[in-house]
Structure formats: C-alpha cells, structure tokens
Design a protein around this ligand. Structure first.
Ligand code: MN
Length: 419
C-alpha cells in the first residue's frame, strides 16, 4: 500500500512514513544552523523557525525561542490546543491547493533534504518509566527466568507493572552504545565475575511523551489520560541479560539497562494516530475501577526489528504489533499517577517489550533465541543468539489503513566493543 491519498505539493515517495497526514515534530540542526524544531513530509524536513519568522503562526503569538530550541519541551508546554492548531496549519499550508504555495516555495531556508540534517534527541526527558505490559513477553520471561508453570506473577493481571529507569542515558537513534561491563554469574558458578556482557539484547518498545504537567498529589484518570500524552516514538530498551539476571532480585532493573536506551527522532502526535485505534486483548479478571476504560484504546501499529551485522544487509528478525499490549496507554498513565505521583512535560514512559503470540513476533533476542537455545539465521548466512559487536539493531514502526501510512521512521543502534 502507498500513500495514494496524499494531497501535498511536496514529493512523497511511495511507502513513506511521512505523508502530509503525519506531521511529526523533531529537533534538527545542520553545520550552519543551531538546533530547531522541524517537521517532515516525505524526505523533506521543514524548518518551523522559518514559518514562524514569516508570520505563518502569528495567530498564536509565540516567542521565537519556542521554535529555535534544542528540545520540544517549550513547544509541547503550549498545550494541545496550540500544538494541534499549528499541526493543522502546517497540513493546510503544504496541501496541494494551498494559496500560499508560491510564497512558500520561494522561502529561503524552509526545506532541507532529510539526509542533509542531523536529528537530535527531541525531548529533554525529566523522568523515564518503563512498563512491562505485554502478557506474551511477561509470560516468556517468567518461563525462562523463574517457573514455567507459574510464569506470570500473581499481581500481573491486576497492576500495569513498571519501574523507574534512568532518563539521562536515553539517546537518539544513530548513537552507538558500547557493550557494558559488570557483574555476571556464569552458568554453574557460585561466585560472580566481572566481565563485559556476553548477552546483549534489545527490547522492542514504544515510548510515550508526556504533554501536560500535574501537581504532586494529583492523579490522571483513564478518561483524561489522552490529554496528557503528546505523542509516541520507537523505544529500544537495550538490556544486558547476564547483568540483569544476576542483579534483578529483589529490586528489579539497574545496571543491566541504564547504560543506554534509544528513541527514534520524530515524535508522532496522538492525533495523527487516532484513526488507528483498535481493541486490545480481553482483560481477565476484571480490573479495579480506576483502571477500567471504554472504547478501543490500543493502536494497530506494525513493528519490525532488523539485525544488521557490519557490512551485511539488514535481516528482519521480528514482526510484532502495538495492539498486542495487554495494558493500554491510559491505564498505564492512570496507574502511574493514582498514588499522587506527578508528571511533567517531557517525561517519557515506555510500553515494555511488545511481543505477540507467534515466535516471529517476540520483541527481544532473549525470547527469539529462547535464552540462547536457538540460533537465528540471518539472510546473509550469519547466525545470532544475542547482539555481537558492531551489529546494528534497526526498529521500524508504522500504521497503515485506507492508503494512508503514518510511520515513525526508524530507531537504529550500533553496539560497539566494551571500553
Ligand atoms: Mn523494557
């Protein structure tokens, strides 16, 4: 399927993630330009500071620093009534029959080819929380790490389980990460050793950017949650399985994860994704009233992971879908804040690894290789159980229906040798 319903005067390649219906927000720079907000149509990046300077956003009387900024936070803080209006204005300006077309085509510095700009971390992330909301993933991990007969812990179907992670080591796609070192307990050993991780893994997740601040002590209900989420990105929760396995009891993830997590650079708004809502799995037993919701609250977003050894072509090793998540975005946010925990613009929370029911839809190498018992065969003849040095992990996400494809681009991470 392609973007046939694509009425813009900017060229949009077939199967682009960025038709005019998307209009995501990100931060870019060039050799000559300071960081600024951009959006993307097809393979063209648009500089929003130029649109602002030329009065195309004058209805909202915003300070230039909202757009000429290293992060989206000041923009997001304007609130959805303004950010949605600006997004709609951009859709209007770049539509096929826009009266401003000639004016815009002659604006100096408005457009850049996507491959001539550098995308930066889009959001200054204050706090980061990772959930554990895929029942298939939680079941698979429970079988391998604990007890095959009681894979899910008793609280799992009652609580959207999560933990607080480290915000400052979240980096943008394209940033290489060195293999971490730490304590691991070798098989059949009684004492740990200090070693580089031998079991480097990815976790296929989506990240959600908070768009509205709350006061300490207040809560966000399931019904109101969508007002508090600005948009989504791809999230790779890199994990050193051997470090994790030794450290995680009793307090959970720590050094097995905080050495680096990676997000895709374009934040796709919840409004662009609205038409892709779909029902999620049936929740049994019935959840407590503060977690009950109405309507379709999952999203039909196709997810893919590719493994690319150095010098080789990428091989697709996983196909999953955001719709498999047991706990949805409003439930996660309602649970996160039900005790009065505050949230701030720019906070990020992630879904947890999104695995589906089939083996080909498992969202981590831990599951795909079943803890290293199986080898994955790549197209180029290589095999993998976990990530090797110089491998690049590529994650993609897109929703597609009625000829419209709203995508996220990709989230790429190369693993370098330990320092
Ligand atoms: Mn995770």
């Amino acid at each position: 399927m392609s973007n046939t319903n694509n009425p813009t005067w900017i060229h949009v390649p077939e199967d682009s993630d960025f038709p005019i219906q998307n209009i995501p927000f990100g931060i870019f720079k060039t050799a000559h330009l300071k960081p600024r907000i951009g959006t993307r149509i097809g393979d063209t990046v648009l500089d929003l500071t130029v649109l602002h300077k030329n009065d195309f956003f004058k209805a909202w009387s915003l300070d230039p620093s909202v757009f000429e900024n290293s992060y989206l936070n000041a923009f997001i803080s304007q609130g959805k009534s303004i950010t949605n209006a600006i997004r709609n204005q951009i859709i209007q300006l770049f539509s096929e029959d826009a009266v401003e077309r000639t004016l815009l085509q002659n604006l100096e510095g408005l457009t850049y080819a996507a491959d001539e700009v550098e995308m930066l971390l889009p959001v200054q992330i204050g706090d980061y929380t990772d959930f554990y909301s895929s029942i298939e993933h939680a079941t698979n991990v429970g079988k391998m790490f604990r007890d095959p007969n009681n894979a899910l812990l008793p609280n799992w179907r009652h609580i959207p389980v999560g933990y607080h992670g480290r915000a400052s080591s979240i980096v943008v796609s394209g940033t290489a990460i060195h293999r971490p070192k730490g304590q691991i307990l070798p098989k059949d050993a009684e004492q740990p050793i200090f070693s580089q991780s031998r079991l480097m893994d990815f976790e296929l997740e989506m990240g959600y950017i908070i768009g509205k601040t709350t006061a300490l002590g207040s809560s966000v209900s399931v019904e109101k949650a969508s007002e508090y989420v600005f948009g989504m990105c791809i999230f790779n929760d890199l994990t050193a399985r051997d470090i994790q396995k030794w450290e995680y009891v009793p307090l959970g993830p720590f050094l097995g994860k905080n050495f680096g997590s990676v997000i895709s650079p374009w934040i796709v708004t919840m409004e662009a994704l609205e038409t892709f809502k779909i029902n999620g799995p049936k929740q049994e037993p019935e959840v407590l009233p503060y977690l009950q919701f109405e309507g379709a609250q999952n999203f039909d977003i196709q997810l893919e992971v590719y493994m690319q050894p150095q010098g080789a072509q990428p091989s697709r090793i996983c196909q999953s879908n955001h719709k498999y998540l047991y706990w949805n975005i409003p439930q996660q946010l309602a649970h996160h804040t039900v005790n009065g925990c505050n949230i701030n613009v720019g906070d990020l929370y992630a879904s947890g690894t999104i695995s589906g029911p089939d083996e080909s839809s498992f969202g981590s190498l831990l599951e795909l290789s079943w803890s290293g018992q199986k080898e994955l065969k790549l197209q180029d003849g290589n095999t993998r159980k976990f990530i090797e040095d110089y491998d690049t992990v590529i994650m993609k996400a897109y929703a597609e229906a009625n000829g419209i494809r709203i995508g996220f681009g990709s989230c790429n991470t190369q693993i370098l040798p330990a320092l």
